[in-house]
Design a protein around this ligand. Structure first.
Ligand code: RRO
Length: 308
């Protein structure tokens, strides 16, 4: 059997399949549906200092090959996370990445300090790219990215990853500033800003008009972003996500240079997709006489497979 393990951040992950922040909640909601042993890590729903109820309904609408969401960062806040979520999530047999968002650098430092006091987590992911809370997305401005990373790294004992937008700002400059400021890697990409009109009423469908598009519709965008980031930063850790929904798209994401593939929208369609993907990946590697998933990561940058 091919080896699906990937060693990154000084840690061994059982597979490169990661649950993206958002659809997976805090993981335990999926305990009945999912074999956690096939999952490299879960990324939690993004936590903020204060609880948030999110945006008014409607906040989710179907799209061709995807969905547009405007959840609005709904989460219980850091105090409830520590009290009720943390004790449950650390029982799950998989690695944990805690996603955090704040509107100021000081608040980001404070959030990180709260997580610092907990044990059992493997990395932090700064969500600098939520498209649904109004104002400028911090991840679109390389200077802001750098400041948020500095604020987090100063307090962090865990590796800090940064989730960046795929459709605003200068991605490579933001990656560069994040990595220089001490980020251990980047998560690419968040959902892509979009809009739908309810043609029966003539009004935008979502309560906040715009939302974030995810699902197979954005696969070529996420692949382009991961490919260019890998080309520019050969050593950086990259979690690639955006439209991975089957074996083919998972392979594409790995070949583009992602160390991990994140599943978000796909989990909403089929909660068992992540474990089926891990299984299909292993079967595909066996069929092609490849002993490890490492043999495909980034291969699109080195001329693909060499036929003997
Ligand atoms: O909660 C959301 O509306 C949301 C977030 Br925080 C995010 O990062 N990406 C997204 O598509 N939705």
């Amino acid at each position: 059997m091919a080896d699906l393990t990937v060693r990154r951040l000084g840690t061994l992950f059982t597979t490169p399949v990661v649950l993206s922040s958002g659809p997976a909640g805090f993981g335990y909601e999926l305990a009945e549906a999912l074999d956690f042993r096939q999952i490299g890590a879960i990324t939690t729903k993004t936590i903020t200092l204060e609880p948030k109820t999110g945006n008014p309904q409607p906040r989710l609408v179907d799209c061709p090959s995807g969905a547009l969401n405007s959840i609005g960062l709904e989460n219980p806040g850091i105090a409830a996370f520590k009290r009720t979520v943390h004790p449950k999530i650390i029982e799950l047999p998989l690695r944990r990445i805690v996603s955090l968002a704040a509107s100021t650098y000081d608040d980001m430092s404070r959030l990180v300090a709260h997580i610092h006091a907990l044990s059992g987590h493997d990395a932090l992911e700064l969500n600098l790219s939520c498209p649904n809370v109004g104002g400028q997305i911090p991840g679109a401005d390389a200077t802001e990215v750098e400041q948020f990373v500095r604020a987090a790294v100063a307090e962090a004992t865990l590796p800090v990853l940064v989730k960046l937008p795929g459709d605003s700002g200068n991605l490579l400059r933001s990656c560069e500033r994040a990595l220089t400021a001490g980020a251990a890697g980047v998560t690419l990409i968040n959902s892509v800003r979009g809009l739908r009109i309810d043609w029966s009423s003539g009004r935008p469908f979502l309560s906040r008009e715009y939302g974030g598009l995810s699902g197979p519709a954005i696969l070529p965008i996420s692949l382009a972003r991961v490919f260019e980031a890998r080309r520019a930063f050969p050593e950086a850790l990259i979690i690639g996500m955006g439209g991975v929904s089957d074996l083919g798209s998972a392979l594409e994401m790995l070949m583009a240079g992602a160390d991990f593939i994140g599943i978000g929208f796909g989990l909403m369609v089929d909660p068992q997709l992540p474990e089926r993907l891990a299984c299909a990946l292993s079967g595909w590697l066996d069929q092609h006489d490849l002993s490890s998933v490492e043999d495909v990561i980034g291969i699109a940058h080195s001329g693909g497979f060499h036929v003997h």
